[in-house]
Design a protein around this ligand. Structure first.
Ligand code: FE2
Ligand code: FE2
Length: 157
C-alpha cells in the first residue's frame, strides 16, 4: 500500500470500510478519528506527541486547512521520530533498525504528499488523512508499544 503508487483511493476506501471501533458513522463522509482522544502511551511525551500527530492528520482532511498543515505534519513527524530514535540509540534498543525503517517508510509517504499533482484536492487530502492515520494507529499500538515498555523498564523516560 502506498500513496506513491496512485492507489490512494483504494487504500482509503479499504481504510474507511474498517472504521475504528467507536467511530461515529460508517460509510459516507469520513468520521472524526478516535485516536485523537485515545491514550497511546504511559510515557507523557510519547502520548502527547501521538495526540498532536493524530490531530494534525485530522486537520489535513479539514476543508478549511491550508497547505501549511502538510508542512506542519512533516515537521512534527520528523521531530517525533527523531526523539524516539534518540531514546532507542541511547538505550541500545534491540529493535532500533526495524523501528527506524518503519519511520522512514512513513516519512516517505508524508513526503509524497508534496509531490501529488493536485495536492490541494479535498478528495486527495481526505484519502491521505485516512491512509496515514490508519498506518500511524498500527504503528503507535504496535512497535511503539514495545518501545514504550522498554523505555519504562529502563526508568529513563
Ligand atoms: Fe511514536
Ligand atoms: Fe515510532
Amino acid at each position: 500500500m502506498s500513496l506513491l503508487g496512485g492507489d490512494v483511493h483504494e487504500d482509503a476506501t479499504a481504510s474507511a470500510a474498517r472504521t475504528s471501533p467507536g467511530s461515529p458513522g460508517t460509510g459516507g463522509s469520513p468520521a472524526p478519528h478516535t485516536f485523537v482522544d485515545r491514550k497511546t502511551s504511559d510515557i507523557i511525551w510519547q502520548d502527547s506527541q501521538h495526540r498532536v500527530l493524530f490531530q494534525t492528520l485530522d486537520l489535513i482532511a479539514h476543508p478549511d486547512s491550508g497547505p501549511e498543515v502538510l508542512q506542519r505534519l512533516r515537521d512534527y513527524v520528523n521531530s517525533h521520530f527523531a526523539l524516539e530514535e534518540e531514546y532507542m540509540a541511547s538505550l541500545d534498543y534491540p529493535g532500533l533498525d526495524a523501528h527506524v525503517r518503519a519511520h522512514r517508510r512513513f516519512q516517505k509517504e508524508v513526503n509524497s504528499l508534496f509531490h501529488n499533482s493536485d495536492p490541494d484536492s479535498p478528495e486527495f487530502l481526505s484519502a491521505a488523512s485516512l491512509f496515514l492515520t490508519e498506518w500511524l494507529a498500527r504503528h503507535v499500538m504496535g512497535i511503539d508499544k514495545e518501545l514504550e515498555a522498554f523505555i519504562l523498564e529502563s526508568g529513563k523516560q
